[in-house]
Each structure stands twice: as structure tokens, then as C-alpha cells.
Design a protein around this ligand. Structure first.
Ligand code: AOF
Ligand code: ZN
Length: 336
């Protein structure tokens, strides 16, 4: 069997579960013997079976039919099998218990609960382990998860919807729709990609947003984070569905660190200019996604920034730009 190709196959198919497995990484596992693939499994839904367990369960149904002994099988897993008990039990222990003797791993799990410990359990049980097959692909596929464990804080994306003249909204607090429906649909997918959405009290009060991901595919909905010292009416849309966490402190660095200790690897900030600039000044933003419409709001509207080329001055570089209907979508990343 071509193990590299099988690893690629597992990586490719695992991608289908990126919206339902998050904030966990997507993981794929394949069991094969010398001649054929016996089964494959994926971590499909957050909180449910890990990929290796799903592959083993399917193989168990074929035991005695397609193969006679687990010791004849090789397991290919895109991520190091977990050592911890977690929500569903240790994959490494389960693999060892079935009698599998060969395991090929894509990337080592960066989660300190697991990292290296899964491999150790396997080796202590006389399982031969090789790791690093298409490691970079697995790491980039799960970039938020790897970023969070490397930096011990989540990856922070700031979303901006701006008029052509660089404005955010009218100064009377009235809700202003600036960008096209296509851009707003794109933001729904962006929300679906992230583990949490963070906003400020003024946005919640003035815009009454739901701040959930309204898309036509299954999603483990992002958690909601509100930064405000005010008291709110709980019948506002923001509080209606999903988990809400409120921070009253003004120390943004402390907030980000505290979010990082939770099961959150990526945060999308959808706020007004004041909070957005505070995060930018502190260097807490990793990526800016900006949607610019072709209309002007004029004199009576609030600027996103106080100076020209503010995004570049904050240390960001344009990475890509797209036309979304009549708007321009631009992605800026921090200069390394
Ligand atoms: C695996 N196989 O398919 C995945 C793994 O909360 P739990 O119990 O689901 O554990 C989540 C952690 O397990 C996650 O942070 C990561 O370290 C690992 N993910 N491990 O063996 C899988 N998804
Ligand atoms: Zn596991």
C-alpha cells in the first residue's frame, strides 16, 4: 500500500468535518492490510468519537470477513492518537488493546495534554510508530489549533465592513448596512469557521445582532463573548441562542489569555471602531478581513481609523483580495 497516498486521502476527507469538529482539529484515520483498505474513520462532531475509534469500530464489523487479525493491520492517522481520557476515551490505549502493531502518524498533537504521550503509550505496548508523514499539511489544515497551542492564546481575526470613504456607521448610532448581501453571506461562513465571536456593548445595543453563523450546512456554533461593563436586557438577540460569556474587565490582553485557556482556538472580532482600534494598538490582532463597499457615508459618519493607511501602520500586509459582488474583500496578515 502507498501509505503517503493514504495519509493524503485521510487529510482530504477529514476536511469535510471542519465546521462540526471545531474547536477540535479535524482528524482522519485509515486501517489497511498489505493489499487493501479495511476501514476509515473521521472525527466528525465535536464531543463525539475520535477518528481512530470510528475506524476501529467499522473494522470490528469486518473482522473474520475482510481480515482475520488486527495485528495484520496498519493504522494511518493524520494526528497523533490521544493519550487522555477526554470526552470519549484514549485512542492510543484503544489502538493498543485491539492488537494493531503498526501506526503511521501525520503530525504530533500540540495539545500538552497529549503531545508525545500518545506515541509513548503505543510504543510501551510494542506498537511500531512512524510520524511526520505530510506533517505540514496536517498543521496547515488545523492552523488555528496548532497556533493556539504554540502561542498559548487563540488566533484573532478582526472583521471590518467599511464604506468607500472609510466609515463604519452614522454617528447617530443608527444601524447602517454598508456591504452587499454577498459580503454579508461571506461573513456568515467566516463566523462558522471561528470558535468564538467577540463584540462590544455598543454593537450589541445599537445593532441588536444575533452573532451566530447562519449558513446552510451543519456547524458547531461559535461561542459568543461580550466585553462590556454595562447591564443588558437579556431579550436582546445576542443572548438568545448559544453560549455567551461576558467580560467586565477592560484589560484586553487578560481577556485573550483567559479565552485561550478555554476550548477556543480562533476568535472573530466584530465590533465598532473603538474596540477594534484598542485591540490593534495592543498588537492583539493576527489577521484583518475587510469588506469595502462602493458607497460613501459622508461627513456624518464615524471613521474606522484616524489616519491614512492605518492597517499598514499597525503592521499588516495585504495577503489577498477578492471581488465580492460590488464589494472588495481584503485579507491582511501581520508582518512577520
Ligand atoms: C485523536 N483523534 O480524532 C482527535 C484528537 O475533548 P476530546 O476528548 O474530544 O479531546 C480533544 C483533544 O483530542 C484535542 O484537543 C486534541 O488534542 C485531540 N484530538 N485526537 O486521537 C481525533 N480529534
Ligand atoms: Zn483520540
Amino acid at each position: 500500500m502507498n501509505y503517503e497516498d493514504l495519509m493524503l486521502h485521510a487529510i482530504t476527507n477529514a476536511e469535510s468535518f471542519k465546521y462540526t469538529a471545531k474547536p477540535n482539529p479535524v482528524v482522519g484515520a485509515i486501517l489497511c492490510n498489505e493489499n487493501e483498505v479495511i476501514s476509515e474513520g473521521y472525527h466528525e462532531v465535536y464531543g463525539e468519537n475520535h477518528a481512530e475509534i470510528n475506524a476501529i469500530l467499522k473494522a470490528e464489523e469486518l473482522l473474520g470477513k475482510k481480515f482475520n487479525n488486527f495485528s495484520d493491520l496498519t493504522l494511518i492517522s493524520t494526528l497523533e492518537p490521544c493519550s487522555h481520557q477526554g470526552k470519549t476515551g484514549s485512542c492510543a490505549k484503544r489502538i493498543a488493546a485491539t492488537g494493531i502493531k503498526n501506526v503511521l502518524i501525520g503530525a504530533i498533537d500540540p495539545n500538552p495534554l497529549v503531545s508525545g504521550k500518545g506515541i509513548k503509550i503505543l510504543e510501551e505496548n510494542n506498537v511500531k510508530v512512524i510520524s511526520g508523514i505530510h506533517k505540514e499539511l496536517v498543521e496547515s489544515q488545523n492552523s488555528f489549533f496548532f497556533f493556539k497551542h504554540k502561542n498559548r492564546r487563540p488566533y484573532i481575526i478582526l472583521k471590518i465592513a467599511s464604506s468607500l470613504d472609510g466609515k463604519s456607521h452614522f454617528d447617530n448610532g443608527e444601524r447602517t448596512i454598508i456591504t452587499s448581501q454577498a459580503s454579508r453571506d461571506d461573513v456568515q461562513v467566516l463566523r462558522a469557521t471561528c470558535d468564538a465571536i467577540l463584540t462590544g456593548g455598543n454593537t450589541v445595543k445599537n445593532d441588536n445582532p444575533r452573532m451566530n453563523a447562519r449558513v446552510d450546512f451543519p456547524v458547531n456554533q461559535p461561542k459568543k463573548i461580550l466585553l462590556s461593563s454595562k447591564e443588558f436586557e437579556m431579550n436582546l438577540n445576542f443572548f438568545k441562542d448559544g453560549q455567551v460569556k461576558i467580560f467586565k474587565t477592560k484589560d484586553l490582553g487578560e481577556i485573550i489569555n483567559s479565552i485561550g485557556s478555554e476550548d477556543i482556538s480562533s476568535v472573530l472580532i466584530e465590533s465598532g471602531p473603538k474596540l477594534a482600534n484598542s485591540f490593534l494598538k495592543l498588537g492583539l490582532i493576527d489577521e484583518i478581513i475587510s469588506y469595502t463597499s462602493n458607497m460613501n457615508l459622508g461627513q456624518n459618519a464615524i471613521n474606522w481609523f484616524h489616519e491614512e493607511n492605518a492597517i499598514e501602520k499597525y503592521g499588516f500586509k495585504l495577503e489577498s483580495s477578492y471581488k465580492v459582488d460590488t464589494d472588495l474583500k481584503e485579507i491582511f496578515k501581520k508582518n512577520e
